[in-house]
Design a protein around this ligand. Structure first.
Ligand SMILES: [Zn+2]
Length: 219
């Protein structure tokens, strides 16, 4: 064996010894696991509202691509509640939609003093009011503020593989120091979706889950 071979073997052994046990464990779980995406508070707007807040003719500027053709934008807004509490630099998500929706974690809603019901995305009737402040104007929404229910996006092929259907409610087992079970997780199936479970920052922090953590679907 020459020196180069010995060096190479030494490197491999050192790399194996330095690898944390949890990394090794994670890797074996990966094929069956569902990756988590942690959603921080954000805002969906119509094109008309974008122009109200950011100026006539303004179009959202994509910053980071997300699942299902969505993207995080360079644009942010300030949220102001009727109690005059403020949350700054809240990210706008694109593309624009048919109506506005503000998705908060329960902690954000408490800070603002706004009553935000737990809802599926798109179900905003009678939800919380808020005022949005942008560089070019303000916009007061009488409803649209929700805490989004946790859900799993998947393609029809993934749905067949897991044996679930659109709208089905399942549970999810999560690993780690605060391992546990999430109930009331809604399945959302669409051709444009890639496999990803969405939870908010409160849920992620409470469960020690980060974006990329793999979880297991339990029916
Ligand atoms: Zn989602």
């Amino acid at each position: 064996m020459d020196t180069k071979q010995i060096e190479r073997i030494t490197q491999l052994v050192v790399a194996a010894l330095c690898e944390a046990p949890e990394d090794r464990e994670d890797r074996t779980k990966r094929p069956e696991g569902i990756p988590v995406g942690v959603s921080a508070r954000h805002v969906h707007l119509t094109q008309e509202q974008v122009e109200l807040l950011f100026g006539k003719g303004h179009h959202l500027t994509p910053k980071k691509e997300l699942m299902g053709g969505q993207f995080a934008c360079e644009e942010t807004v300030t949220l102001i509640s009727a109690k005059m509490k403020v949350l700054e630099k809240v990210r706008v998500l694109g593309p624009t939609r048919k109506f506005a929706q503000i998705e908060l974690a329960a902690t954000d809603a408490m800070k603002l003093g706004v009553k935000a019901p737990l809802r599926d995305s798109g179900d905003v009737a009678g939800s919380g009011p808020l005022t949005l402040l942008g560089p070019a104007g303000t916009l007061t929404l009488r409803e649209g503020t929700i805490i989004a229910g946790r859900h799993i996006h998947m393609s029809p092929a993934d749905a067949a593989r897991f044996g679930v259907t659109d709208g089905q409610v399942v549970s999810v087992r999560f690993p780690g120091e605060r391992a546990g079970l999430f109930g009331q997780v809604k399945i959302r199936v669409d051709d444009s979706f890639t496999l990803e479970m969405h939870i908010d920052t409160d849920e992620a922090n409470a469960a020690c889950i980060k974006t990329g953590t793999r979880v297991e679907l339990v029916k």
